[in-house]
Write a protein that binds this ligand. Structure first.
Ligand code: SF4
Length: 188
């Protein structure tokens, strides 16, 4: 269980690897200081799942902790519909599906498989628009891609230079705490 990566941070790592470092440095502090609008919405999207309020149906599993020894990852799924063998990840809004979000869903899938569950279908669900977006089950090449990505994550050194994208930084919730830039984010 040593050096496990949290599934929810995979997308953040693609956004900016240094944001993971800042998250780890400040996660013990006051969350309200660092949570901006997008992240708050994300938390609201998962609140009912974490509190197991979303459904009382016996054929649905919600907010279950999952892990993969093989991939070295740990996290929580949103909803698994047992009858349909369908794994769903909810987002507040989905104008586009980014590769990091796909990696998250793939990671949850591989955890479920390793834990002995049958998963035949994957999908994202956008709460704001009430739309479902099916995702193809990952193949061997996809698994290798995810493993390579996880390796890059584990090997990241926060002292190395990061690509600065001003537009990205101004929308980064850690902007005010980041020593790599000297700008303000749009949430202040
Ligand atoms: S402010 Fe920019 S460089 Fe700093 S963590 Fe955020 S995205 Fe990365």
């Amino acid at each position: 269980m040593h050096n496990l990566i949290t599934i929810s941070t995979l997308n953040d790592f693609i956004f900016c690897p240094y944001s993971i470092y800042l998250h780890n440095v400040y996660m013990g502090g006051d969350e309200e200081l660092v949570h901006a609008v997008p992240q708050t919405r994300g938390r609201v999207a998962h609140e009912s799942i974490d509190e197991k309020k979303y459904s009382t149906r016996k054929d649905e599993i919600m907010g279950m902790s999952v892990y993969s020894n093989e991939l070295g990852i740990v996290g929580k799924i949103d909803i698994y519909k047992c009858n349909e063998k369908l794994l769903i990840e909810r987002k507040y809004q989905l104008n586009a599906i980014y590769q990091g979000q796909i990696y998250q869903l793939w990671a949850e899938y591989f955890c479920m498989i390793e834990m002995g569950y049958e998963v035949g279908k994957l999908a994202f669900y956008a709460i704001a628009t009430n739309k479902t977006f099916p995702v193809t089950i990952p193949n061997k090449a996809d698994k290798k891609e995810l493993q390579d990505f996880i390796l890059r994550f584990k090997q990241f050194n926060p002292e190395q230079p990061v690509d600065i994208n001003t537009n990205k930084c101004t929308h980064c919730i850690y902007c005010a705490l980041c020593d790599k830039v000297d700008i303000e984010n749009v949430y202040t």
